[in-house]
Design a binder for this molecule. Structure first.
Ligand code: ZN
Length: 149
């Protein structure tokens, strides 16, 4: 019997990624509304056409409600017809992260905030040019900041 780290045994999960912004669950519960907490920290999904931003056309930037991280710009938003705000590209390549999500019997690409790890939505490959990507995001985890005139 050699010394084998538990992390090397088959079937063990990779350690969860760590993010620059860390809070305890109690702190998250105090910081977020119940619906924000359900989506951002519980990987929930808001009902289609229920959010503030699916039909929102202001010029500005969209930030994470969990940590204020810049996520998307209005110039990257498009009409997807899905009932969720949709973007073809994040504000910067470092704004969001992705991972494979196999929950609910589907294989999807999950999108999260790169600073706090909060769940934002999912990424699909049926978006418009120039990227062909569709970042399908829950309004409730977004904070809109209008551009100054
Ligand atoms: Zn965040």
């Amino acid at each position: 019997m050699g010394l084998v780290s538990a992390a090397c045994l088959p079937g063990s999960d990779l350690p969860p990624p760590t993010f620059p912004v860390q809070h305890t669950e109690t702190e998250w519960l105090q910081k977020l509304s119940p619906e924000q907490y359900r989506v951002l920290r519980g990987a929930g999904t808001e009902p289609a056409c229920s959010g503030a931003f699916y039909d929102h056309h202001g010029q500005g930037t969209y930030h994470c409600v969990g940590c204020g991280n810049l996520l998307f710009r209005s110039l990257q938003k498009f009409e997807s017809g899905t009932g969720w705000p949709s973007y073809f590209q994040p504000a910067t390549p470092q704004s969001v992260g992705t991972r494979i999500d196999t929950s609910h019997g589907m294989v999807r690409t999950e999108v999260h905030c790169a600073r706090c790890g909060g769940h934002l939505g999912h990424l699909f490959e049926d978006g418009p040019a120039p990227t062909g990507l569709r970042y399908c995001i829950n309004s409730v985890v977004l904070e809109f900041r209008p551009d100054l005139p």
